[in-house]
Design a binder for this molecule. Structure first.
Ligand code: FES
Length: 145
Protein backbone atom coordinates (compact mmCIF):
# COMPACT_ATOMS: atom_id res chain seq x y z
CA UNK A 1 0.00 0.00 0.00
CA UNK A 2 2.91 2.39 0.70
CA UNK A 3 5.83 3.20 -1.61
CA UNK A 4 9.34 2.24 -0.59
CA UNK A 5 10.16 5.88 0.02
CA UNK A 6 7.20 6.31 2.36
CA UNK A 7 8.27 3.21 4.30
CA UNK A 8 11.86 4.48 4.42
CA UNK A 9 10.86 7.90 5.80
CA UNK A 10 8.39 6.31 8.21
CA UNK A 11 10.81 3.79 9.66
CA UNK A 12 13.81 6.14 9.55
CA UNK A 13 12.44 9.69 9.76
CA UNK A 14 14.88 12.54 9.11
CA UNK A 15 15.11 15.71 11.17
CA UNK A 16 13.05 14.61 14.16
CA UNK A 17 13.43 16.87 17.18
CA UNK A 18 13.41 20.49 18.23
CA UNK A 19 15.53 23.54 17.43
CA UNK A 20 16.41 25.70 20.40
CA UNK A 21 15.76 29.39 19.76
CA UNK A 22 14.13 28.57 16.43
CA UNK A 23 13.45 31.44 14.03
CA UNK A 24 9.92 30.19 13.55
CA UNK A 25 7.72 27.47 15.06
CA UNK A 26 4.49 26.24 13.57
CA UNK A 27 2.07 23.86 15.25
CA UNK A 28 -0.95 22.61 13.39
CA UNK A 29 -3.66 20.05 13.94
CA UNK A 30 -5.38 17.93 11.36
CA UNK A 31 -9.10 18.63 11.57
CA UNK A 32 -9.90 15.22 10.14
CA UNK A 33 -8.09 13.01 12.64
CA UNK A 34 -6.85 15.28 15.44
CA UNK A 35 -3.18 14.51 14.82
CA UNK A 36 -0.68 17.27 15.58
CA UNK A 37 2.57 18.39 14.00
CA UNK A 38 5.13 20.99 15.01
CA UNK A 39 7.86 22.31 12.72
CA UNK A 40 10.89 24.32 13.79
CA UNK A 41 12.80 26.48 11.31
CA UNK A 42 16.23 28.01 11.67
CA UNK A 43 16.46 30.86 9.15
CA UNK A 44 19.63 32.89 8.66
CA UNK A 45 19.94 36.63 7.96
CA UNK A 46 19.79 35.99 4.20
CA UNK A 47 16.45 34.23 4.50
CA UNK A 48 17.90 30.76 3.92
CA UNK A 49 16.45 27.87 5.90
CA UNK A 50 19.54 26.46 7.58
CA UNK A 51 17.79 23.78 9.56
CA UNK A 52 14.37 22.30 9.99
CA UNK A 53 13.10 19.80 12.55
CA UNK A 54 9.73 18.33 13.35
CA UNK A 55 7.70 16.50 15.93
CA UNK A 56 4.56 14.69 14.98
CA UNK A 57 1.88 13.06 17.06
CA UNK A 58 0.34 11.41 14.06
CA UNK A 59 0.08 8.44 11.78
CA UNK A 60 2.82 6.86 9.66
CA UNK A 61 1.94 8.90 6.60
CA UNK A 62 2.18 12.09 8.66
CA UNK A 63 5.63 11.05 9.91
CA UNK A 64 6.83 10.20 6.39
CA UNK A 65 5.49 13.40 4.84
CA UNK A 66 6.97 15.58 7.61
CA UNK A 67 10.30 13.86 7.24
CA UNK A 68 10.34 14.43 3.48
CA UNK A 69 9.06 18.01 3.84
CA UNK A 70 11.90 18.91 6.23
CA UNK A 71 14.39 17.47 3.75
CA UNK A 72 12.85 19.50 0.93
CA UNK A 73 12.90 22.87 2.71
CA UNK A 74 16.42 22.60 4.15
CA UNK A 75 18.84 24.92 2.37
CA UNK A 76 16.00 26.65 0.53
CA UNK A 77 14.95 30.29 0.53
CA UNK A 78 11.62 31.22 2.09
CA UNK A 79 10.11 31.69 -1.39
CA UNK A 80 11.26 28.23 -2.43
CA UNK A 81 9.96 26.73 0.81
CA UNK A 82 6.51 28.09 0.04
CA UNK A 83 6.51 25.91 -3.07
CA UNK A 84 6.94 22.77 -0.98
CA UNK A 85 3.25 21.92 -1.13
CA UNK A 86 1.70 18.68 0.02
CA UNK A 87 1.58 17.66 -3.65
CA UNK A 88 5.33 18.24 -4.00
CA UNK A 89 5.96 16.20 -0.85
CA UNK A 90 3.74 13.36 -2.07
CA UNK A 91 5.49 13.34 -5.44
CA UNK A 92 8.86 13.16 -3.72
CA UNK A 93 7.56 10.13 -1.79
CA UNK A 94 6.25 8.42 -4.95
CA UNK A 95 2.67 8.97 -3.86
CA UNK A 96 0.37 8.16 -0.97
CA UNK A 97 -2.80 6.07 -0.87
CA UNK A 98 -5.87 8.32 -1.43
CA UNK A 99 -7.12 7.88 2.16
CA UNK A 100 -3.80 9.22 3.43
CA UNK A 101 -3.62 12.36 1.30
CA UNK A 102 -5.03 14.53 4.09
CA UNK A 103 -2.09 13.51 6.31
CA UNK A 104 0.32 15.23 3.92
CA UNK A 105 -1.44 18.55 4.50
CA UNK A 106 -0.05 18.72 8.03
CA UNK A 107 3.53 19.24 6.86
CA UNK A 108 2.62 21.97 4.38
CA UNK A 109 0.48 23.77 6.94
CA UNK A 110 3.09 23.45 9.67
CA UNK A 111 5.79 24.92 7.41
CA UNK A 112 3.48 27.82 6.57
CA UNK A 113 2.66 28.33 10.24
CA UNK A 114 6.38 28.36 11.13
CA UNK A 115 7.10 30.89 8.37
CA UNK A 116 4.19 32.99 9.60
CA UNK A 117 5.66 32.90 13.12
CA UNK A 118 9.07 33.92 11.73
CA UNK A 119 7.52 36.81 9.79
CA UNK A 120 5.60 38.01 12.85
CA UNK A 121 8.68 37.84 15.07
CA UNK A 122 10.66 39.88 12.56
CA UNK A 123 7.92 42.30 11.58
CA UNK A 124 8.08 41.32 7.92
CA UNK A 125 5.53 40.22 5.35
CA UNK A 126 6.18 37.14 3.24
CA UNK A 127 4.67 37.51 -0.21
CA UNK A 128 2.16 34.76 -0.96
CA UNK A 129 1.96 33.44 2.62
CA UNK A 130 -1.50 33.29 4.14
CA UNK A 131 -2.19 33.19 7.86
CA UNK A 132 -2.44 29.50 8.77
CA UNK A 133 -5.96 28.46 9.73
CA UNK A 134 -5.19 25.78 12.21
CA UNK A 135 -2.21 27.19 14.05
CA UNK A 136 -2.23 26.09 17.66
CA UNK A 137 -0.31 28.15 20.14
CA UNK A 138 1.99 26.75 22.75
CA UNK A 139 0.09 25.32 25.70
CA UNK A 140 -3.30 25.29 24.01
CA UNK A 141 -3.16 21.73 22.73
CA UNK A 142 -5.18 20.27 25.55
CA UNK A 143 -8.01 22.69 25.06
CA UNK A 144 -8.21 21.91 21.38
CA UNK A 145 -7.63 18.20 21.42
FE1 FES B 1 -3.98 11.75 11.12
FE2 FES B 1 -2.71 10.72 9.12
S1 FES B 1 -4.43 9.88 10.10
S2 FES B 1 -2.34 12.61 10.04
Amino acid sequence: MYSEKVMDHFTNPRNVGEIENASGIGTVGNAKCGDIMRIYLDIDENGIIKDCKFKTFGCGAAVATSSMATELVKGKTIEEALKVTNKAVMEALDGLPPVKVHCSLLAEEAIHAALWDYAEKNGIKIEGLKKPKSDIHEGEEEENY
